[in-house]
Design a protein around this ligand. Sequence first.
Ligand code: ZN
Ligand code: ZN
Length: 278
Amino acid sequence: MTFHGVRGSTPCHGPELVGYGGNTSCVSVDIDGEAPIVLDLGTGLRYFGHSRPVDEPFRGTCLVSHLHWDHIQGLPFFTPLLREGSRLTVYAPVQEGGRTAAQIFADSIRPPLFPVDLAVLPGIVDVREIGDSSFAVGSAEVTARSIPHLGATLGYRIDAEHASVAYLSDHQMPLDGSFAATANAKELCRDVDLLIHDAQFTPAEFARKRDWGHCTIEFAMWMAAEAGAKRLALFHHDPTHSDDVLDRLGAVAEACGRSAGIEVFMAREGMTVQLGSS
Ligand SMILES: [Zn+2]
Ligand SMILES: [Zn+2]
């Protein structure tokens, strides 16, 4: 699997951010011989698109956690959709408020917000709403469960033949700063080979932004330990966290992880992680 965007909230840019990158949430999972599975459609999706063969239509599946900008903004810049015959199947959480996820994508990617309608692109974007559910994508089993954030949000787990990965990009921890998680969140992370988890805040930042829908690095570490995850990728970095800050936070987290028997690392744009054996 490859990280194409690891940033939370908004894309950001600057010489102090080039190490970890400034694109928002997008991770691709490649299983040998199968169409890719993409986790979220943040601005990192544009770079995933550039990595695909240009002479053939794209086929793949995206699992969208929720519809906040930082998780969908890359979609209209996904160049494989400019090729006839391309098809992206998008799973997104059932929406509250009367509009379906498909309508919200169509309403967001159209004039005056975007120069053209999503529907006029040659490739097909097939948006399907899901609640808590399990389904197959190729040979992989996908589990979707609602998790606490702001608005309808899903966490995902992908179980393939030789490896499993859980993705909880935006996860509200208890407002009082304690460590506890829902049965859904624990189920997604249970004994997983790699947990990709929200790591937006330091404890001091969380104290000022308790109800913003996120958690601390310490909470992500607790979640991994509690669930028996083997590796933890700290993800959805705050846009104000420079490379120096992330290096410093990462060194502490990695050391703590080592003493707890968990391999912890800071997700970084462009990083590829091999899972399982093939
Ligand atoms: Zn987010
Ligand atoms: Zn969000």
